[in-house]
Design a protein. Sequence first.
Length: 258
Amino acid sequence: MAIYSLFSASGAPGVTTTAVALAKSWPRHVILVDANAAATQSISAGYLRSLIPHEKGVMELAAAVRNHQLDNTLPSTLIHLEGSNADFMQGPRSPLQARTMSVLWPALLEKFIALDSAGTDVIVDLGRLGTEHFAMPLLQLSNRAVLVMRSDLPSIVGANWHAAQLVEQFEGAEETGRMLQLAVVGQGQPYSASDISKKLGIRNPISIGFDAATAAHFSTGSPLPKRRMGSSRLLRSIDAMGAALRATSNLPVEDDDE
């Protein structure tokens, strides 16, 4: 089991799109968690298009922690994402709900760690750094904390201060199996992932190809363009990203058809 947290430092670089695409392509069971404290409901209203009625999410889990019912409640909060190995956990439905999440994250982390024997991984959409009630415990205890950003100058400037703080937080963390990584969406527009990595001091950058039509499938639930199934830069780079994350987490890199 490993926990992979994705987040941004500024703008909207595609954290949710990347998280959903990763979860959908994951070769073994994975739980996709919406932990965005801004309560944007980007996955429920975006990829799922609010077509799946579902009452329970992290808010109900927070109440379950207080009532010592987390084990009984957790399975009922999961929505299976058709055509994948992924289940989805709905995030807070308002910023006010996000205020109550602090009691949940430590307890939920314990449950995630216990999933190791079941061969389940966790992908977390944390949203944007600096948001009030940001789920910092999930980021700090993730096996891989991935800063997602664009390759333009405003994105680099916006990430610079946060990156310095994160690098300091993760100093020496590799000894405990945790690592800070960088994912650049649309590298070369105009800066390369390696140049951004050097500037921010975050090693092992990952490049995510930009493909607007394919990205729309994961962000708004629009049909996946069939003609791009085998040629989409986004899909190819997401597969490569997943393989790289699993490899650096000392997890087996399974074939997609297994």
